[in-house]
Design a protein around this ligand. Structure first.
Ligand SMILES: Cc1cc2nc3c(=O)[nH]c(=O)nc-3n(C[C@H](O)[C@H](O)[C@H](O)COP(=O)(O)OP(=O)(O)OC[C@H]3O[C@@H](n4cnc5c(N)ncnc54)[C@H](O)[C@@H]3O)c2cc1C
Length: 305
């Protein structure tokens, strides 16, 4: 069971950070509580008691979605549901909506925040692969000599392992700044025990920018999650595709580099096959949206598997 002496709802980062102090005084941040509550309720955390729970969902610095210097700033308290409805995200980073349709169900999506998902750092979480493909940076806030100061950490350096991040005990995750991706097509593939109410076992996020004649790969970004302790970009596969002619052979060759990333000991061969097929399918799905001729990319064995 989860209990606390005080449940606080600060409205500014200054107030929230003051309550958090050095982070060692028995305070716990909470946003949508979709990780914390089941963790305590299902007994995985045992009986948990905090002196203070600091609900950050009203903190204005952690809210909102805006274009900024050609990139997109997403407040940490943005819910996964907003990925499906926010006009800026739908226009500038539609990969996030493709991820959100696979995320839990409507009720959980309305509660679960992107900040909570990243701090929770589950190897099977859905949000890290698309955010890695969007070159996301994590903006962290802390109090220094009574002033709120920030630092930026690339997402690839923020999640350190299962349940481990670069967040210091006295910091808040304030926002995520990621690329706007005009000219790119996006795809997200996921396999889980069930389509929605289980977190994924393997997921792949793909962004593809073909050249103007739709014949070559101008840029490709591929990130995979659920196959190792942290989600990763498939940089070897990305490099193989850059400037390469769009063909089933080039797609398959790039996708084959994904198999070596599977670290899980359980069902390793199955995961290798799934992740390779998913990378193929993700690239093909994205290319189809771009209008690339079907005969260039159709691969019955993978697409309809
Ligand atoms: C039924 C169900 C289905 C689910 N399905 C999926 C799924 O399909 N895919 C998936 O990826 N996940 C899934 N999840 C997991 C969960 O919904 C996500 O991890 C969620 O995004 C966590 O966000 P939250 O706001 O609820 O976090 P919370 O539970 O509020 O917090 C999680 C952790 O983050 C910390 N924290 C939160 N916000 C901040 C902040 N701004 N700064 C610093 N620390 C912070 C908290 O202290 C805590 O340690 C599911 C969960 C449930 C219960």
């Amino acid at each position: 069971m989860l209990t606390c002496d005080e449940y606080l709802m600060p409205e500014s980062a200054d107030e929230a950070l003051s309550e958090l102090g050095d982070g060692k005084g028995g305070a716990r941040i909470v946003a949508g509580a979709t990780d914390i509550l089941p963790w305590a309720r299902e007994g995985r955390g045992g009986d948990v008691h905090y002196a203070r729970m600091i609900d950050v969902s009203k903190v204005h610095e952690l809210r909102g979605i805006a274009r900024e210097d050609g990139r997109v700033r997403i407040g940490a308290c943005t819910t996964i549901g907003q990925f499906l409805s926010d006009p800026v995200l739908l226009a500038d980073s539609p990969l996030l909506a493709r991820c959100a349709v696979w995320f839990a169900d409507e009720q959980i999506r309305e509660q679960a925040t992107v900040g909570g998902s990243l701090v929770n750092a589950s190897p099977a979480a859905d949000t890290p692969p698309p955010l890695l493909a969007l070159n996301a940076e994590i903006i962290l806030l802390r109090l220094q000599s009574g002033h709120v100061v920030s630092r930026a950490v690339p997402l690839k350096d923020f999640i350190l392992g299962p349940g481990k991040t670069a967040l210091a005990p006295n910091e808040l995750l304030a926002s995520i700044v990621c690329d706007a991706t005009p000219g790119y097509c996006a795809a997200f593939e996921k396999v889980g025990h069930r389509r929605s109410l289980a977190i994924s076992t393997v997921c792949v996020a793909v962004l593809v920018k073909p050249d103007e004649r739709l014949e070559r790969f101008a840029d490709t970004r591929i990130a995979i999650g659920g196959v190792g302790p942290v989600a990763e970009r498939l940089s070897e596969g990305e490099k193989l595709l850059t400037g390469e002619e769009i063909s089933v052979a080039s797609i398959r060759q790039a996708a084959s580099t994904a198999a070596s990333r599977v670290a899980s000991r359980t069902r390793r061969e199955y995961r290798r096959e799934v992740v390779t097929n998913f990378v193929v399918r993700g690239i093909v799905t994205a290319l189809k949206q771009a209008g690339v001729a079907r005969q260039k990319i159709d691969d019955e064995e993978y697409i309809h598997a």
